[in-house]
Design a protein around this ligand. Structure first.
Ligand code: SDX
Length: 429
């Protein structure tokens, strides 16, 4: 509490509501007693001004383009850390010592296999099923295999389930890809690091040895870091809401995957690349920029804009650098999509409409180009986002369960439907 308060007057009632301050960022007005004392609700569709919880995990300053994980800037974590180190940080709150990191890596590595019967789930899907549909089904089905880690009241079981999710998502994502393209599944190898293991499970074939390219696996690892967590975004809020009812962690993560799939959220990386392909050439960019500005046209520039960032998304800068590293390593010089992307970014950053609306490129704008260069089809882009975001979802889920203030989430509403009325027999309608 801050000792200050916010006065609210409704009708003939005036009450004082307590305020709270965090470590950094905006204060909050605690409205927990508002309805009891005034009979009124607050109204905030989209939760543009509403904090749903206290959290210690991630902080975003949208005006300054700042993203901190447990206080560490994303730029430093992406530059100096690796994804499993960031996973440890998000889960436990501190950077690991060498011994802690080695133990964590060992534990995750030795949970990467999935139950052999999981492979039978895939055969139930059409080969051309969208991999995100497969992920929703298979991750939810994990609940059916791991009854020994679904008791959410047991901290040990919660941590085992957390490790299992982080460890098995790459294996399930790779299986979804292999099934999609009709190639045999590739088992994880314990002598490979997390990102290298994932690339090998996706791109190795039984006919020849697969050699990991260290530049590409480092880029993959960095892409995972950039997507790991992001405060109370739509999919994380979905996981928290599902978890608030006591649902098991695997079902909660499956709910997060479903929400992330939307083109306004995690599906934007796939939509952004499809948009660049549709624009096709630098000459057609003005036509699409005009469509984006047209209030009567539902078209939006995918990969631009953000609910929180009203400045450049710090992840997009790092993503752009990674894009050039990957294209350089692969000798891709004149990628037409990159040319369109760079020109579209230049125009958008100088155009009055985008400046006034504070629409900057977000992480999804460049990630698609990089993932395509790494060899992934667009349908796998959001799967990779879900793979990386699993640690954020799980860390936030654990924090929610350990929060003494946590209760089942149950928003109210402003009812604008018909007042009470009596039934009319069909003969009189
Ligand atoms: C992610 O929340 C997170 O943290 C998400 C994420 C994460 O890591 O979890 O960062 C990942 O989801 C990134 C965002 C990816 N989505 C896209 O790139 C899709 C395109 N962007 C938008 O649809 C939009 O910008 C949102 C959904 C991202 C944000 O929507 P808001 O905050 O609700 O803003 P809005 O829709 O009210 O738009 C404000 C104005 C509107 O104009 P007006 O009605 O005020 O006249 O800006 C316009 C919009 O029309 N606008 C755009 C635009 N985005 C917003 N106009 C053209 N192109 C766009 N991309």
């Amino acid at each position: 509490m801050t000792g200050t308060s916010a006065g609210v007057s409704i009708g003939d009632k005036t009450i004082e509501l307590p305020t709270r301050s965090g470590t950094i960022g905006p204060d909050v007005i605690d409205i927990g007693t508002l309805y009891k004392n005034t009979g009124a609700f607050t109204y905030d569709p989209g939760f543009t001004s509403t904090a749903s919880c206290e959290s210690k995990i991630t902080y975003i300053d949208g005006d300054e383009g700042v993203l901190l994980h447990r206080g560490y800037p994303i730029e430093q974590l992406a530059e100096h850390g690796d994804f499993l180190e960031v996973c440890y940080l998000l889960l436990y709150g501190e950077l690991p010592t060498k011994a802690q990191k080695d133990d964590f890596d060992y534990r995750v590595t030795h949970h990467t296999m999935v139950h052999e019967q999981m492979s039978r789930f895939f055969t139930g899907f059409r080969r051309d099923a969208h991999p995100m549909a497969v992920m929703c089904g298979c991750v939810g089905a994990l609940s059916a295999f791991y009854h020994d880690s679904t008791d959410i009241t047991d901290p040990h079981q919660r941590m085992v389930a957390s490790l299992r999710m982080i460890a098995k998502m790459p294996t399930i994502a790779a299986m979804a890809y292999k099934y999609h393209i009709g190639q045999p599944f590739v088992y994880p190898k314990n002598d490979l690091d997390y990102a290298s293991n994932f690339l090998r499970m996706c791109f190795a074939v039984p006919c020849e040895d697969y050699v990991v390219n260290p530049v590409l696996s480092r880029a993959m690892d960095r892409i995972f870091i950039l997507h790991a967590d992001h405060e109370q975004n739509a999919s994380t809020s979905t996981v928290r809401l599902a978890g608030s009812s006591g649902a098991n962690p695997f079902a909660c993560i499956a709910a997060g995957i479903a929400c992330l799939w939307g083109p306004a959220h995690g599906g934007a990386n796939e939509a952004a690349l499809n948009m660049l392909a549709e624009i096709g050439s630098v000459e057609r960019i003005p036509e699409y920029v005009a469509k984006a500005k047209d209030k009567n046209d539902p078209f939006r520039l995918m990969g631009f804009g953000h609910r929180v960032y009203k400045n450049y998304d710090p992840r997009a800068r790092i993503m752009q650098k990674t894009t050039h590293e990957v294209l350089g390593e692969l000798g891709i010089k004149d990628d037409p999509m990159l040319e369109v992307a760079m020109e579209l970014e230049r125009i958008a950053l100088t155009d009055e409409y985008f400046i006034e609306k504070k629409l900057y490129p977000n992480i999804d704008f460049y990630s698609g180009i990089t993932l395509k260069a790494l060899g992934f089809p667009t349908t796998m882009f959001t799967v990779l986002f879900a793979l990386a975001r699993t640690v954020g979802w799980i860390a936030q889920w654990n924090e929610m369960i350990e929060d003494p203030e946590q209760r089942i989430g149950r928003p109210r509403q402003l009812y604008v439907g018909a007042p009470k009325r009596d039934y009319i027999p069909v003969s009189k309608r």
